[in-house]
Design a protein around this ligand. Structure first.
Ligand code: FUL
Length: 457
C-alpha cells in the first residue's frame, strides 16, 4: 500500500497557489481564423484578412469582469503563425494588417485597468514560419518571439502551450526545446505558471468542461511528460471525456506503484460556444446559463481552475450574445455565493472547542484528529441552506478522501451531501433545507484532514 506520508509530503509552490486562487479565468481565441471562419488556419493567410471593424479590448475586459472572471489568456499566436503583437521576427502579424495595432499591448493595458491578470497562449506549432521543422533555427525563432512576449507586457500570470500539431505523416517534424522555453520563462516571469504542456498546471484531459468526481492535485510525475500530453491533445475536436485509465489519477491505489509524485493541479479549458474561434453561425449556440453554472460549480468548485473561452468576433468585440450570457452568469454566481450565512455563526470541533476561525478566509486552518473528524457550524437562528463550500489548506497538501455534510433541522438530521475529494475548493450543492446547524464529517483522509474555510449559502 502507498505510504501516506509520501502523499502528503507533496505540496504546491507559491505560483501554483496564486494561480489556483484565480478560480474563474477566460481564454480569448482571436486571429486570422476569426475572419476566415476556421478553427485551424493554413499558415498561408494574407495578413489583410485580419480586419476587425471596431477592435475594442476594453469591451472584452468589461464583459469578462461582469462574469466575475479574474484573468484571461489571449492567443498571441495560434497554429497558423499569425502574430497579434508587433513582433520583430516575422512580418506575418497585425502590423501587416489594416488594424496595425499591437493587440497584446492593448489588452494588457485594459487588463491592468480592470484588475484582470493577463496570460498568453503561444502555439509551438507554426504553419507559416519557414524555419519550422529545422530544429534549432526554429527554436531560436520561437524563443525570440517568446522573449518579446515575456519582457514587453508587464507581469504575466500564465504561459499556455498546447500539444496540438496536425502536420500528419509527411508533415514537418519539429523537436521542441521545452527545457529552453521553460528556462526563459522562469528567468523573465518567475511568478507565471506554465500550463498544459508545462510543469505547473495540468490539462484536465478533455475540452467538454468535465471535471472528475475525485480531482487530485497530487498525481504521478509521469503526467508532466510532454509527449503524452501532446498525444492526447492531437485531435482538433471531439475530444473524448474521460477514459477508465484517465478517470482516476490520484487515489492512493492508483499511485501505489508510482516512483515519483508531483503537485499538478487541474485546469478545465472549455468554450462558451462549440468552436474555440468565433463563427457567426454559432451565435445561437452559446452555452446555456444552467450549463455554464454547472461547469463553474464542478470546476472552480471541484478543485480545478476554469478557463472559459470567449472568442472575440469579426468586429473585434465580444458578441452581444456572449456579453449577455457572461453578465447573467455573473449575476447568478453573485446571487448564489454573494451572502455567506456564516457571518454570525460559530464553529466547533468534535470536542466542543471553538474553531470559528474556519469561517474566515485566511491562512489559518482546522486540523481534524482522526477518522472520522467532525466539525459543526451553528447558526443563532434557523436558515434555509443550499450550498456548502469547503476549502482545504493546500499548503499542507490535499488530504480529504471522503466527507459528508449533515443538516440539523429542529431535531432531525439529514445527510444533504456526500463527497470524495475537496482540495482547494469544493462547492456542495443540494436541495434547499431549513437548518440550525451543519455538521461536516471527514470520514477518510490522508493522515489528519485540514479545513481552511467553510462558507454556507
Ligand atoms: C488545442 C488547439 O488545437 C485548439 O485550436 C485550441 O487552441 C485549444 C485550446 O487547444 O490544442
Amino acid at each position: 500500500m502507498m505510504d501516506v506520508a509520501k502523499l502528503v509530503a507533496v505540496r504546491p509552490d507559491e505560483r501554483q497557489i496564486a494561480w489556483q486562487s484565480l478560480g474563474f479565468t477566460a481564454f480569448l481565441h482571436f486571429g486570422v481564423n476569426t475572419f476566415t471562419n476556421r478553427e485551424w488556419g493554413t499558415g498561408k493567410e494574407d495578413p489583410a484578412v485580419f480586419a476587425p471593424t471596431s477592435l475594442d479590448t476594453d469591451q472584452w475586459c468589461a464583459a469578462l469582469a461582469s462574469a466575475g472572471i479574474t484573468a484571461c489568456i489571449l492567443t498571441a499566436k495560434h497554429h497558423d503563425g499569425f502574430c497579434l503583437w508587433n513582433t520583430a521576427h516575422t512580418r506575418h502579424s497585425v502590423m501587416s494588417s489594416s488594424a496595425r495595432t499591437d493587440v497584446v499591448q492593448s489588452l494588457s493595458d485594459y487588463c491592468r485597468r480592470f484588475g484582470l491578470k493577463l496570460g498568453l497562449y503561444l502555439s509551438p506549432w507554426d504553419m507559416h514560419e519557414p524555419t519550422y521543422g529545422t530544429g534549432k533555427p526554429y527554436n531560436d525563432f520561437f524563443c525570440a518571439q517568446l522573449e518579446e512576449l515575456i519582457t514587453r507586457y508587464g507581469a504575466l500570470y500564465a504561459l499556455w502551450f498546447d500539444g496540438a500539431c496536425g502536420e500528419g505523416e509527411n508533415g514537418k517534424k519539429q523537436e521542441y526545446d521545452w527545457e529552453r522555453y521553460f528556462a526563459l520563462i522562469r528567468k523573465n516571469q518567475p511568478d507565471a505558471v506554465i500550463s498544459s504542456m508545462g510543469p505547473d498546471v495540468r490539462w484536465i484531459g478533455n475540452e467538454a468542461g468535465i471535471t472528475r468526481e475525485s480531482e487530485w492535485s497530487v498525481v504521478s510525475a509521469r503526467l508532466q511528460d510532454h509527449s503524452k500530453i501532446a498525444a492526447s491533445s492531437q485531435q482538433a475536436d471531439g475530444l473524448p471525456p474521460l477514459s477508465p485509465e484517465t478517470a482516476d489519477l490520484g487515489s492512493a491505489a492508483a499511485l501505489q506503484h508510482e516512483p515519483e509524485l508531483c503537485w499538478y493541479p487541474a485546469e478545465v479549458d472549455v468554450s462558451i460556444r462549440p468552436g474555440w474561434f468565433y463563427h457567426p453561425e454559432e451565435n445561437d449556440k452559446v452555452r446555456t446559463l444552467d450549463d455554464l453554472l454547472h461547469i463553474y460549480e464542478t470546476s472552480v468548485g471541484g478543485n480545478a481552475v476554469l478557463l472559459l473561452n470567449v472568442p472575440p468576433d469579426t468586429d473585434g468585440r465580444i458578441h452581444a450574445a456572449d456579453v449577455r450570457r457572461l453578465q447573467e452568469l455573473g449575476d447568478v454566481i453573485g446571487a448564489a455565493y454573494g451572502s455567506n450565512l456564516c457571518a454570525d455563526a460559530s464553529a466547533h470541533d468534535g470536542d466542543g472547542n471553538d474553531i470559528s476561525y474556519v469561517l474566515h478566509d485566511d491562512d489559518t486552518c482546522w486540523r481534524g484528529d482522526g477518522e472520522p473528524s467532525v466539525m459543526t457550524v451553528t447558526f443563532p437562528s434557523e436558515r434555509i441552506v443550499q450550498r456548502v463550500v469547503l476549502c482545504e489548506q493546500i499548503r499542507e497538501s490535499q488530504r480529504i478522501e471522503a466527507f459528508e455534510v449533515v443538516a440539523l433541522t429542529g431535531r432531525d438530521e439529514q445527510v444533504v451531501f456526500r463527497g470524495t475529494t475537496v482540495g482547494f475548493k469544493k462547492m456542495c450543492r443540494f436541495a434547499p433545507i431549513p437548518a440550525n446547524r451543519i455538521t461536516i464529517t471527514v470520514q477518510k483522509s490522508r493522515q489528519h484532514p485540514t479545513i481552511r474555510l467553510v462558507e454556507i449559502y
